[in-house]
Design a protein around this ligand. Sequence first.
Ligand SMILES: Nc1ncnc2c1ncn2[C@H]1C[C@H](O)[C@@H](COP(=O)(O)OP(=O)(O)O)O1
Ligand SMILES: [Mg+2]
Length: 194
Amino acid sequence: MADKIKDAKIIFVVGGPGSGKGTQCEKVVEKYGYTHLSSGDLLRAEVASGSERGKQLQAIMQKGELVPLDTVLDMIKDAMIAKADVSKGYLIDGYPREVKQGEEFEKKIGAPALLLYIDAKSETMVQRLLKRGQTSGRADDNEETIKKRLDLYYKATEPVIAFYESRGIVRKIDSELPVDEVFKQVSQAIDKLK
Ligand SMILES: Nc1ncnc2c1ncn2[C@H]1C[C@H](O)[C@@H](COP(=O)(O)OP(=O)(O)O)O1
Ligand SMILES: [Mg+2]
């Protein structure tokens, strides 16, 4: 089953909350025909379904904490298999959130060809999230939860970048710039893959 996706290009998109991961992934989908899988969006869809599992997830996410590893990974894998026939590659957005998640992903799915490190200052991320919160309807886009998400990002996710840096697949993207300038850097990194 997972054979179907084993030859596809996998890109991890890593950055703090509000750094611009979703914004850049949308543009990559348009230009390169990749499939965008946001672990947060997959989880929020489960919450919206009203299932028992969704209710448990909602409680965790509202507190700004990480959802159990196996739950997220199974959802990503199912979504990847569903797109295996049409996808040129995969953008895995918001995962891995911690080193262990990356290791599990590689065991169960495959190795990433590239890690896009979407880098913005903490003040920039807070400002963007507060603004997004005015319209996003996301329960975690409020000042208190944003602080927790940022703390968790620096503690758990930054080590992920160091882990993949040692393999030489990290490309750091300056996401303080306007969206199109950020996308130029992203495009350059993807073009080098071919
Ligand atoms: N380069 C940029 N300049 C200004 N605003 C940006 C930006 N990239 C994204 N944004 C805005 C769009 C959103 O309202 C908010 C968060 O972006 P996002 O793509 O949803 O982030 P993430 O998916 O990393 O949480 O910031
Ligand atoms: Mg996002």
